[in-house]
Write a protein that binds this ligand. Structure first.
Ligand SMILES: CC(C)(COP(=O)(O)OP(=O)(O)OC[C@H]1O[C@@H](n2cnc3c(N)ncnc32)[C@H](O)[C@@H]1OP(=O)(O)O)[C@@H](O)C(=O)NCCC(=O)NCCS
Length: 330
């Protein structure tokens, strides 16, 4: 087993109270419960209705729990890495807005953009900060208000996503054997337009025409994304496991990115992990982009699916394209 540098000192999540069912969506787009369940495994998702409660609000709610549980005082958090595909505004960062809400006077704060893979990328960045001695307590938080960027007239995408946030505090490994065992990450920018928001940046600024075309909202080539997801999650599992000196048989729980039950099943099958050892909450929350894995980890710890001594494999995949996996020892 590789040397452990960083451990998870605290974890937390935030989910909006408002539950939206497939039948609710069938009232606004031409879809139905059966189609959504069969193709995706999704039954409900949470949607934050309050426009005042943005990505920073949700991040702060999740992070407050993680910090409380970590035993660190807010003053001791020295780094905030925040993953989001749904920033509240272009400038400043959602990380700085979150820092302001929480009151973390001694932290540097920055956003990380890697779509659904962002929290895992952040975990590895945070591990590097801890391993180098630059940080004693790094908050890695993912917050996604997907309801703000999906096109609510596009049935092919709007049924897939949900809102939520998850956070951990990373601290130096303390010899108790828990922590981040291995990681693997990769990107392929050539495939950026499989899942993207065409308008709103420098190349295609927002105009009345782009607004009318709804080009500022999420566009997706579902079939191609599906194929890439299965391929990359498989590679990510292989790489992270081999770097940990493990095989699928050594994994106690698979906690994959929760985009679609069929992608999850394909990943588990490839890695040789039976579905009884897979944590699934896509049925309840849909795809919360980078918040999916930390929310699932927090729930799995709370409901006893993760016990001390267990080894967890968490693979992810998202826009960019980006993908990766980590092995965690609890
Ligand atoms: C989106 C996804 C569920 C679509 O499933 P699919 O089996 O590929 O379905 P298709 O795109 O082939 O569409 C099949 C039909 O269903 C229709 N359809 C699409 N969305 C629908 C919906 N919500 N309700 C009913 N019908 C729908 C399509 O219009 C199409 O109709 P047509 O055959 O008359 O053209 C699937 O491609 C997927 O999960 N892709 C990955 C998406 C993802 O995970 N993105 C995030 C990555 S982090």
């Amino acid at each position: 087993m590789s040397e452990l540098h960083a451990r998870i000192a605290g974890i937390g999540r935030y989910l909006p109270d408002n539950v939206v069912t497939n039948d609710d969506l069938a009232k606004i787009v031409d879809t139905n419960d059966e189609w959504i369940r069969e193709r995706t495994g999704i039954a409900t998702r949470r949607i934050e209705e309050d426009p005042e409660k943005g990505a920073a609000y949700m991040a702060a709610e999740a992070a407050r729990v993680a910090i409380d549980r970590s035993g660190f005082a807010p003053e001791e958090i020295d780094t905030v890495i925040l993953s989001t595909a749904t920033p509240d505004r272009f400038l400043p960062s959602t990380a700085c807005d979150t820092q302001a809400i929480l009151g973390l006077p001694n932290a540097m704060a920055l956003d990380l953009t890697a779509a659904c893979s962002g929290w895992l990328y952040g975990l590895t960045m945070g591990e590097g900060m801890i391993a180098s001695g630059r940080s004693k307590a790094t908050l890695v938080v993912a917050t996604e208000k997907m309801s703000g960027i999906v096109d609510w007239t596009d049935r092919a995408t709007c049924v897939l996503f949900g809102d939520g946030a998850g956070a951990v505090v990373l601290a130096p490994a303390n010899g108790d054997g828990t922590g981040i065992v291995s990681s693997f990450h990769c990107s392929d920018g050539n495939l950026g337009e499989l899942l993207w928001r065409p308008a709103g940046g420098n190349i295609c600024p927002m105009t009345p025409q782009t607004l009318e075309n709804r080009d500022h909202l999420l566009k997706m080539n579902g079939r191609e994304i599906f194929k890439s997801a299965v391929r990359s999650m498989a590679q990510a599992c292989d790489e992270a496991l081999s770097r940990a000196g493990m095989t699928g048989e050594d994994v106690d729980l698979l906690v994959p990115h929760q985009a679609n039950i069929r992608i999850i099943q394909a990943t588990a099958k490839y890695a040789g992990i039976p579905m009884e050892k897979v944590y699934v909450n896509v049925d309840r929350y849909g795809n919360m982009s980078s918040a999916s894995i930390p929310v699932a980890l927090d729930e799995a710890l709370e409901d006893g699916s993760i016990q001390p001594g267990m080894r967890v494999l968490a693979p992810t995949f998202g826009a960019g394209l980006t993908w990766g996996a980590v092995v965690l020892q609890f």
